[in-house]
Design a protein around this ligand. Structure first.
Ligand code: F0G
Length: 350
């Protein structure tokens, strides 16, 4: 199959300057995986899919935005790019910058970045800097330094990140033939919810694909958009969305409102339960990635939402391999036996 790079595939919708020079790792084209067991468990008689963004080249949806941001930055001659990150943006920026021959500098909050993400950023050759502070502190610092020096900011404050991330909405419409009734997704810095809403609106203008209601989901300990104020010390096991001052918070609230959806919060326990439920359907995601679907389940189970007859897409933003420690911690040690067939038979048959 001839797979055009995303920003060529959707070139008429993705607004990048002339000077951009394409940097791609064949991102996108991620599957919509049906989730019949979870749908059944939630009462059945609706269509539920995971948009499995963990299958992007660096294991998260960030690659859609990064192909666009790095293509623009390298085209205008930027030699260094910088971002603040809870991990996935860092790994993605590192990979695309490397590919473009740029230096990547990534700032991460101390001690809270999952092993698979940190390893990725290091493997792709980024300069990784831990700061004694939160993601929000790191974001403030990278914004400041990019204003003072010719260093390109590739957080989702960079508009080209959203241009790339919109493509996920286009793919969903292309595969379903229209927008789903509901889209649920985790919300951290709020770039992705903003990009999806832009994407659905734009595609509808050209293709009359309709609009989903958007359910944005935060972790209860890091839910500034639900509480209505910033949080100085956000906490959650879903470290990807451990963010107290979302850069695109206003736009996220607007996306939820305009779409007739909402932003809610779920507990860490609900997130981990949904991570297990997804894994039992063969879709292993990192904790934050289960939050959207955990929110949907919460709404249905509390009787606030009737999914009957609906088509619902849950965006699963990152691969489970990104955060293996979460599983490893709760995992029983493997059973150990002598390397003999009798011992194996005894164990599994009897
Ligand atoms: N899911 C995952 C796996 C993420 O890594 C992120 C954000 C989100 C959801 C939330 O997306 O920020 O656009 O609302 N991760 C950023 C990072 C903050 O640095 O990797 P958002």
């Amino acid at each position: 199959m001839n797979r055009f790079p995303l920003i060529q595939r959707y070139s008429i919708f993705v607004d990048l300057p002339e000077h951009s020079r394409l940097i791609t790792l064949s991102e996108g084209y991620t599957p919509l995986i049906p989730l019949p067991h979870i749908a059944n468990h939630l009462g059945g008689s609706f269509h539920l899919y995971a948009k499995y963004e963990g299958l992007n080249p660096t294991g998260s949806f960030k690659d859609r935005g990064m192909t666009a941001a790095i293509s623009e930055a390298v085209g205008r001659g930027a030699q260094t790019v910088i971002c603040a990150s809870t991990g996935n943006t860092a790994a993605s920026a590192a990979a695309y910058a490397s590919r473009a021959g740029q230096k990547a500098v990534v700032l991460i909050p101390e001690g809270k970045v999952a092993a698979g993400k940190l390893a990725g950023a290091v493997a792709y050759g980024a300069q990784v800097i831990q700061i004694a502070g939160s993601f929000d502190d790191a974001l403030r610092m990278v914004v400041q330094i990019s204003e003072r020096h010719p260093i390109a900011l590739v957080n989702s404050l960079n508009p080209y990140r959203l241009e790339g991330q919109k493509t996920a909405a286009f793919e969903i419409c292309d595969e379903l033939g229209k927008a789903p009734d509901w889209l649920c997704l985790p919300v951290g810095n709020a770039g992705n919810i903003t990009a999806y809403w832009m994407g659905f609106k734009q595609y509808h203008e050209y293709k009359a694909t309709g609009f989903p209601h958007i359910l944005g989901v935060q972790a209860a300990g890091s839910a500034p958009l639900v509480l209505g104020h910033p949080i100085d010390h956000p906490e959650t096991i879903a470290t990807a969305i451990r963010i107290g001052r979302p850069a695109r918070g206003e736009q996220a609230l607007q996306a939820a409102e305009e779409s007739g959806g909402k932003i809610i919060a779920v507990s860490d326990q609900q997130i981990l339960e949904m991570q297990r439920a997804l894994a039992s359907e063969g879709v292993w995601v990192e904790p934050a990635s289960a939050a959207g679907l955990a929110g949907l389940a919460d709404e249905i189970q509390k009787g606030k939402f009737d999914p009957k007859g609906k088509c619902i897409v849950a965006v699963c933003t990152g691969h489970g391999l990104k955060d293996p420690d979460i599983i490893a911690k709760s995992m029983p040690a493997p059973q150990r036996i002598p390397a003999e067939i009798d011992a194996l038979e005894d164990l599994i048959l009897g």
